[in-house]
Design a protein around this ligand. Structure first.
Ligand code: ZN
Length: 382
């Protein structure tokens, strides 16, 4: 990460940008506006990644932002541009994502700083080991004069490719629930227990699994996944007595998502009752959907059209730094088509043509934002 910061600084300093690494390990490069008192716009994405990753998730958004500054050729805008390369977006090391972006909105609290990695090293300690001072985290907050945050990111899904669109504008980031369901039956001998005397927890869970798929398919844009299942005792010759399932469910509307969750809980209860099973369930995560800023959305659509693209709107099923920043500053995202929808894998890619379109769109967007006084008058919600 240190080498990465050094490399980016080497690109940004010749452009007249002031660079620093804040106390949460985020790279910050500031390209000043026309005046010392000019407000600022933040561009960027994350620099960390997952094990066995591809080369574009996150870092493309940082490189794109710097490319836009290079294209200015020292021209100044009525706002400064701060390029942020966020740290710890993926949550690989500490099991919690968005640590870097949370520092920008003042949500990097003691609970987060005390989280430990697999070796028992806390976030606080890791920050110190990197040569930074956790006491200075308040200095990482967004400047009160921030007009907004715009993030370029690969889509990490197949939608834009299917539509034949190089770029898309993110309308909202889907809300998400994670729940654990436990079906409790009675373990017994697979050879001697007649079918009508069984309390098979897995057969009940399997019936419910079908309902999960049906429920999500019945609602446009809903996605529901059971990605983890544990069967006890888990032997070929034993009727399953206990099944644990993890449900992940997402939708752009919190109301619709909550409705599907209640419907699936009811189904699980009905199935359990009919089969003489007991049911337990627990909500592990309830994250509200985040809408992107309406004004920036319109401006991005206009910029996309100028770049010759159909301004397709889409909802991000994955979380992003923009979702965290949206709490304090108007935020927006532009997705780039991801060939095969493949991400978090070395096969992840983008085409040079699509990146070119993204740069074109970004330049139109900055020109637009620099001209209407309406944007410059907007104040930060900090
Ligand atoms: Zn990412």
């Amino acid at each position: 990460m240190r080498q990465c910061h050094r490399e980016i600084a080497r690109w940004m300093e010749p452009l007249g940008a002031q660079v620093r690494v804040d106390a949460a390990g985020n790279f910050r490069g500031f390209y000043p506006g026309e005046h010392a008192s000019s407000p600022r716009l933040i561009l960027g994405s994350h620099l960390d990644t997952v094990p066995n990753a591809g080369a574009y998730d996150g870092v493309l958004g940082v490189v794109l932002a710097i490319t836009l500054l290079e294209a200015f050729k020292e021209r100044k805008l009525p706002f400064g541009i701060e390029v942020v390369g966020f740290s710890e977006e993926e949550g690989v090391r500490f099991g919690t994502p968005f640590i870097g972006s949370r520092a920008l909105i003042g949500r990097l609290d003691d609970e987060l700083l005390n989280l430990q990695d697999a070796e028992g090293i806390s976030v606080r300690r890791a920050i110190q080991q990197f040569g930074l001072n956790p006491q200075e985290i308040p200095r990482a907050h967004v400047d009160p004069d921030t007009l907004g945050f715009i993030e370029f990111h690969i889509e990490q899904g197949p939608v834009l490719e299917e539509l034949g669109c190089p770029l898309g504008v993110v309308e909202a980031i889907a809300g998400q629930n994670r729940l654990e369901f436990i079906f409790l039956g009675r373990a017994n001998h697979a050879g001697t227990t007649p079918m009508h005397l069984r309390y098979d927890a897995l057969a009940g869970a399997a019936e419910w699994l079908g309902e999960v798929e049906r429920a999500a398919k019945a609602v446009p844009e809903a996605v529901a996944t059971v990605g983890k299942i544990k069967v006890k005792p888990g032997a070929t010759n034993v009727v399953p007595g206990e099944v644990h399932l993890a449900l992940d469910i997402r939708h752009r509307s919190d109301e619709i998502r909550t409705k599907i969750v209640s419907q699936l809980i009811r189904k699980a209860e009905q199935i359990s009752e009919r089969r003489g099973l007991r049911l337990q369930h627990k909500v592990l995560l309830c994250q509200q959907a985040v809408r992107m800023d309406g004004f920036l959305l319109q401006q991005i659509e206009l910029a996309l059209q100028k770049a010759g693209c159909v301004p397709h709107r889409l909802v991000s099923g994955a979380g992003h730094d923009a979702m965290i920043l949206a709490e304090k500053v108007p935020a927006a995202m532009i997705f780039l088509r991801t060939p095969g929808g493949i991400s978090h894998d070395p096969a992840e890619s983008v085409t040079a043509e699509d990146v070119e379109k993204a740069i074109e769109c970004g330049l139109h967007l900055l020109d637009q934002l620099a001209s209407p006084p309406v944007f410059l008058k907007r104040t930060v919600r900090a």
